[in-house]
Design a protein around this ligand. Structure first.
Ligand SMILES: N[C@@H](CCC(=O)N[C@@H](CS)C(=O)NCC(=O)O)C(=O)O
Length: 236
């Protein structure tokens, strides 16, 4: 398989990031940008099903992005965005507390994203945006549950600037999803603390650079038909 390799920084970087312009991919590029690490970006064309090819499945048996390879650690490979964030945060000693309780709190909010926000909002996107037929029950179910999860975030953010005090991998995992609330057909006018947090993080240069990896994309400029055709090639 001929994976296209973009080298943004040096000829040989420590980390290879296999990614696509999606919220799960952005989590890792944002963290790498925050860590100011040089990394190679391998752009995976999801519509061409590059993520299902044998060569890629050797790196990620789930056939999805993101995935990293750490050349400094015998080409150790990590898949699942949450596991990648923990691996990098531990390796570089940033964005995850070394104090056991502080670490647990960050991991709780990271799991809340991985097990709640991501899957529920992902389904809201599917049924609200991409499904060829509009199934009201499914749209309402996933929108309502995503909004309920957002209110949990809003309550937490009323008392905390970031989800767990200092900026952590929990914020980095959650922001790329929640910032796309309009894509799920949701309104957050009644969630002022969540809105404040989205705006604060959106101003960080590393977050701005992270969402342009592997390339910049503006979905608001794509027609509904174009979007549906593109995504239906990815959805199994
Ligand atoms: N739980 C996985 C989910 C990864 C995932 O769903 N990736 C999507 C893009 S956001 C993907 O690769 N989709 C392509 C496919 O399903 O074939 C993670 O967090 O890494």
């Amino acid at each position: 398989m001929n994976l296209k390799k973009h080298n943004y920084f040096f000829k040989e970087s420590m980390i290879d990031l296999y990614t696509a312009p999606t919220p799960n991919g952005y989590k890792v590029s944002i963290l790498l940008e925050e860590l100011k690490l040089p990394y190679n970006v391998v752009s995976i064309e999801l519509e061409k099903k590059e993520q299902k090819k044998t060569e890629f499945l050797k790196l990620n048996p789930n056939g999805r992005i993101p995935t990293i390879v750490d050349h400094e650690n015998n080409d150790f490979t990590v898949f699942e965005s949450g596991a990648i964030l923990i691996y990098l945060a531990e390796k570089f000693g940033k964005f995850l507390s070394s104090d056991p309780n502080g670490r647990s709190v960050t991991l709780q909010w990271l799991m809340f994203q991985m097990g709640g926000i991501g899957p529920m909002q992902g389904q809201a996107h599917v049924f609200y945006r991409y499904a060829p037929e509009k199934i009201e029950y499914a749209i309402e179910r996933y929108q309502k549950e995503t909004l309920r999860l957002y209110t949990v975030l809003d309550t937490q953010l009323k008392e905390h600037e970031y989800l767990t005090g200092d900026l952590s991998i929990a914020d980095i995992a959650t922001w790329p999803w929640v910032r796309s609330y309009r894509w799920a057909g949701l309104d957050i006018e009644n969630l002022p603390y969540l809105k404040r947090w989205i705006d604060v993080l959106a101003k960080r240069p590393a977050f701005q650079r992270g969402i342009e990896v592997p390339y910049k994309i503006d979905r608001s400029k794509m027609s509904a038909k174009e979007t549906q055709e593109k995504i239906s090639k990815i959805l199994i």
